[in-house]
Design a protein around this ligand. Structure first.
Ligand code: ZN
Length: 259
């Protein structure tokens, strides 16, 4: 069984029409007013920020986005005998799961935009339901359990990553035989450092990204071509190589097993 870890960032979803918000060049880093909508302290302190946040969520293009060929190729690799795939994603769009990856195999470092959570009692419910309330006229819908402030189940600026999710991601980075960083600039830690940790623990590190990353030097292979075509081709090649290696092992094991 070959364990393939995939670390995905905003670049994998741009073909699905979702812009990069959070990355070093992302919209939120360039626009301080937009950044306030996703900064925990502003969000909690100011009802007007929350009303604007709910309008932004309601109008988000994420809800219409479809998984693209790269998301689908990852889910397809996971269905191949001999492969176990784990996705560690910086994205909150849920497109890996929509492409067919089982939810338990996807670690969402920054949470998910498809759920909402109460900041007081931590009850979770669906974003769809919350947006229906916004649509019906509630500009800042409160928690239906305790009346607390609701937010999307994403990690806002000023919030720390879930240590449990991060611990699981670290374990996968250490255990994976292949670690593919796709569509991420590998500049935002701790997600970025997973690539270095994987390489230090013996994984074949492959970087698929339009721009250079700080980990290119540690990578066995760096791919600059567009992700929508490059990733499916790369995963197909990985399948072929693994099948060949498996056949070679069987051939060499044959005579020994007769001794
Ligand atoms: Zn609550």
């Amino acid at each position: 069984m070959t364990l393939v870890a995939i670390l995905s960032g905003a670049g994998i979803s741009t073909d699905s029409g979702i812009p990069d918000y959070r990355g070093p060049q992302g919209l939120w880093r360039r626009d301080p007013e937009a950044a306030k909508l996703v900064t925990y302290d502003y969000y909690m302190a100011d009802p007007e920020i929350r009303r604007r946040s709910w309008r932004m969520r309601r109008d988000s293009t994420t809800w219409r986005a479809e998984p693209n060929a790269a998301h689908r190729a990852i889910a397809e690799l996971d269905r191949q005998p001999g492969f176990a795939v784990r996705v560690i994603t910086q994205n909150v769009d849920g497109l890996h799961q929509l492409a067919g990856m089982p939810g338990r195999k996807v670690l969402e470092l920054h949470g998910t935009a498809r759920s909402v959570t109460c900041t007081r009692c931590h009850a979770r419910s669906s974003m769809e339901e919350a947006l229906a309330r916004v649509e019906a006229g509630e500009e800042d819908p409160p928690c239906q359990v305790c009346g607390g402030i609701l937010k999307s189940a994403t990690v806002m600026f000023g919030q720390r990553l879930d240590p449990v999710v991060l611990g699981q991601a670290l374990a996968i980075a250490k255990a994976g035989e292949v670690f593919i960083a796709v569509g991420t600039s590998l500049q935002v830690h701790p997600a970025a450092s997973l690539a270095g940790i994987a390489a230090e623990h013996g994984a074949r590190l492959i970087v698929v990204n339009a721009e250079p990353t700080p980990y290119d030097g540690q990578a066995e292979e760096v791919v600059r071509e567009p992700i929508g075509t490059a990733l499916p081709a790369l995963l197909k090649r990985l399948r072929a190589e693994t099948a060949e290696a498996g056949a070679a092992n069987e051939a060499s094991a044959g005579p020994r097993s007769e001794q």
